[in-house]
Design a protein around this ligand. Sequence first.
Ligand code: NAD
Ligand code: ZN
Length: 678
Amino acid sequence: MTNQAVTELITRSNRLGSDPKNTNYAGGNTSAKGTEIDPVTGEPVELVWVKGSGGDLGTLTASGLAVLRLDRMRQLVNVYPGVEREDEMVAAFDYCLHGKGGAAPSIDTAMHGLVDAPHVDHLHPDSGIAVATAVDGEELTAKIFGDRVVWVPWRRPGFQLGLDIAKIKADNPQAIGCILGGHGITAWGETSEECEANSLEIIRTAEAYIADHSKSEPFGAMLDGYAALPDDERRAKAAALAPTLRSIASFDKPMVGHFTDDERVLEFLSGGEHPRLAELGTSCPDHFLRTKVKPLVLDLRADASVEDCIARLAELHEAYRADYQAYYERHATPDSPAIRGADPLIILVPGVGMFSYGKDKQTARVAGEFYLNAINVMRGAEGLSTYQPIDESEKFKIEYWALEEAKLKRMPKPKALATRIALVTGAASGIGKAIAVRLAAEGACVVIADLDAGKAQAAAAEIGNTDAAVGIAADVTDETAVQAAVDATLLAFGGIDIVINNAGLSLSKALLDTSVADWDLQHNVMAKGSFLVSRAAAKALIEQKLGGDIVYISSKNSLFAGPNNIAYSATKADQAHQVRLLAAELGEYGVKVNGINPDGVVRGSGIFAGGWGAKRAAVYGVPEEELGKYYASRTLLKREVLPENVANAVFVLCSEDLSHTTGLHIPVDAGVAAAFLR
Ligand SMILES: NC(=O)c1ccc[n+]([C@@H]2O[C@H](COP(=O)([O-])OP(=O)(O)OC[C@H]3O[C@@H](n4cnc5c(N)ncnc54)[C@H](O)[C@@H]3O)[C@@H](O)[C@H]2O)c1
Ligand SMILES: [Zn+2]
């Protein structure tokens, strides 16, 4: 049976964590103390349940808690070797654990265990951090809260901070919590309700004080020419810049991107103080671990041309890298971990918005959310006073903390297609859908483009949330729609790496029955459609400088000549030759272009279900439902070809294993000698 203290802790944490005003995503931690029967002695034992490392308060469950024995935890005070060696205490927490299977204790565990209160919350609310990062935060705390909330000067999270806060609680029995300089808040209570109420009192009081006392333009007077561009222009410029921005963020290692034109970002960028504030960087450790110490800010007016922006960004990137390298060298000691890459994770473009980057979409999105938190913090701090984040040397100590490095080392190995962004046309059905599913399973971010938006979105939803896959409407025969699909890919995931020309349809007709409309339709969707998609995508691939893969789903019929197939097979042959032509042309940019020749993929195929299957079955004199088997019987391997078999081949073509292969067609037809490549 779940302990009452745990039940209360989970519900309180979920409530607090579900409001972004209370804490940033996955930021902060909560705890409760209580009693259980020790299965070893049969006697009651005092425990502390505390949110473990990682995970988010909003969705916390009991399995996300570390469970420690309070008596043993508190005995650590006797062996504590002092602040210089406080990191050793994290390993010692393992010797305080009660039972097995709980989450790993986080660095904040000491604060929760050592503070003498049954319930403790440690949170990162924007309003609280605004006070915590005001240059006169200590006086402001006294002014706003009287003696109900105590100021604790900045100190890196750890055992010593836990001891400091425990002492403050003991010395100030009237206090409900404290403001942690440069960092966040901690509150406590005798009951879970009281603790939650105290947390909310600190957060809401700070919010109200900022609202009542802030100056009117906390980011400075509006800069001429830096206001947000109109919606359409903004998104068009964002898409036009996205490949270049991704190449900047990915110079050291490839990144996935997230774009937001949230009005709070645009407001920040239109204020005269934004260059100074951005340069000061973020303060809360949770924030800059995801955003890097500072963003790269384009210092051009909103109406600057894309060409001018690209030229200026190249200079700013070089300067950013030199600056980051210098920051690393200023603070690194012989035992510091190696530099982790010198590219920005946040790029701000006045009038347009913010691009944020990470090893996957979720990380990129959360980095953007954290910079938005930092913007809120700066608004509050500058509104009341002057924003002053923690010292650069302290930021370095956290960014390159041995414990942080250990956490990164524990991360699972990335999947084969991690950081790669794929656009698959005609992926709401059949082979395309199977390809999208496979690429996503291998870690790629996927955009499913098809004629019908609803079907494309439904197929994307089967894969996962919008961090994994998005569905969009795009008719590949329409030049404007194709550009919009590529732009949508760039805005959804920050770039594009893999393009699958799969959209297609098939009309089985004899020459004399083939109308001009039949001919045009098939050529428009397959030959022209894949040309349009390849052209629009190649522009982005070239600008990104990260190579890429274009894969054509051609057909056995691009080689094999049979009756009743003039328009379809001719356009498939056209697609097959596009593969060779583009392999020859795009090789110098590291873009590989390959194709697949499937045959007889009946199951799941809309082409077969839509009449083609019935006609083929009639031609071969077999019942339609036996068609798959019939095709299998004609093959050398006697196997039926499934959409997944085609998807497997696409994956192999795009994986590292075929990094040196371009201009190739892989047959996925279970063996058809008449279509052998020679
Ligand atoms: N099924 C097979 O045996 C086989 C064999 C060889 C090649 N192929 C090729 O594989 C590809 C996929 O075929 P499938 O069997 O999965 O068929 P399918 O009908 O299940 O899927 C094709 C998808 O393309 C979409 N589409 C059609 N016109 C479009 C347009 N103008 N713009 C965007 N999307 C469009 C359709 O809506 C559909 O979702 C086609 O290019 C086909 O020629 C299939
Ligand atoms: Zn914290």
